[in-house]
Design a protein around this ligand. Structure first.
Ligand code: ASP
Length: 339
């Protein structure tokens, strides 16, 4: 924990193996807090955590709120429809208003890539002691989702001691709309950091060939990759081949709201070609778990039957693990705040 250096959590490209391990261990520590007699911990008592979601959210916003409450923090929730945005206030002025109210941690989701990073620069330049936590910016990054997926997979492979080692040489297949997915991007950083080999699968309109080099160059502004040796990334257009050797499968929603033009001719054909179903899972050599970050489009990227089959899908585990994972992140950022 002493090695934790991040004042903001913006993107998993900056995470070291120690960072991942710290988050996984804290998640395990926090997982059963709500089952204790007090149901919460006093760790962040009196800290102010602000949830600023400029895009819709079900799971992420509510689980950040619960995570903050389980650490005894005060929580403020911003809702676009009830705000002065409708009176013409700019998003920046809205954000600055919440910062002026003394937010210790500001959790932000925005449709534009880099809004959280710009905000982090702003607070640093102005010596404001607010930590920025990215809850999803455009198609760029969704660190808490990447970390809860990592925890879910590490627990699946090693239930007694989930750690960064649990993923070494595991083959994870990610299927679907990779191009518009911040979840896929965050998972690419975290899974390859922990030594997993990732196969990406989808049509070229939703999965351009450039993704093969995704982790080779650190993002602009970042000088080095904190990970010495990453797992590999490969691209496979045929679902049958992509599933053959998989140890786990992650399927992603078609993100129509982020598509600049209609990129698919027909959803039925998409489901037949790339849909994860009991039938397509027969191409796997063994029984493998299926993850989906939600919200699910039943009958498009995944069949309704599979969504309801908890013996195969880990969807409710992902939601469950989201709370202690987010507690871990709030705890680590909150440690730097004085009472
Ligand atoms: N909930 C995830 C996100 O906010 C995945 C999705 O929307 O498809 O990116």
């Amino acid at each position: 924990m002493n090695n934790w250096k991040h004042n903001h959590i913006l993107d998993l490209s900056t995470f070291s193996l120690d960072d991942y391990q710290t988050v996984l261990e804290l998640t395990t520590r926090f997982k059963d807090v709500h089952k204790s007699s007090s149901r919460k911990l006093p760790a962040l008592q009196g800290r102010l955590i602000t949830n600023l979601f400029f895009e819709p959210s079900t799971r992420t916003r509510t689980s950040f709120e619960l995570a903050a409450k389980r650490l005894s923090a005060d929580v403020q929730n911003f809702s676009v429809s009830a705000s002065s945005l409708s009176k013409g206030e700019t998003p920046l002025d809205t954000i600055l208003t919440y910062i002026s109210m003394g937010a210790d941690i500001l959790i932000i989701r925005h449709e534009s890539t880099n809004v959280p990073a710009d905000l982090a620069n702003y607070v640093d330049k102005n010596n404001i002691n607010t930590s920025i936590l990215n809850a999803g910016d455009g198609y760029h990054s969704h660190p808490s989702q990447g970390l809860l997926d990592l925890y879910t997979l590490a627990t699946f492979f090693n239930p007694s001691e989930p750690s960064t080692n649990s993923l070494i040489n595991k083959r994870i297949t990610i299927v679907g709309d990779i191009l518009h997915s911040r979840v896929a991007r965050s998972n690419l950083w975290s899974l390859t950091a922990c030594g997993a080999d990732v196969t990406l699968c989808g049509p070229s309109s939703l999965l351009p060939n450039e993704f093969i080099d995704f982790v080779l160059n650190p993002p602009p502004g970042q000088k080095i990759d904190p990970i010495n040796k990453r797992g590999s990334i490969s691209i496979e257009r045929s679902l049958k081949h992509a599933l053959k050797n998989a140890d786990a499968v992650m399927t992603l929603r078609l993100q129509k709201e982020r598509m600049k033009q209609n990129m698919l001719t027909d959803l039925e054909t998409y489901h037949e070609t790339y849909g994860i179903t009991h039938q397509s899972l027969k191409w796997c050599e063994k029984k493998v778990p299926v993850l989906h970050p939600g919200p699910v489009n039943r009958g498009i990227e995944i069949s309704s039957q599979l969504v309801e089959d908890n013996s195969i899908n880990l969807i409710s585990k992902q939601v469950e693990n989201g709370i202690p994972t987010r507690m871990a992140l709030l705890y680590l950022l909150g440690l730097n705040k004085n009472n």
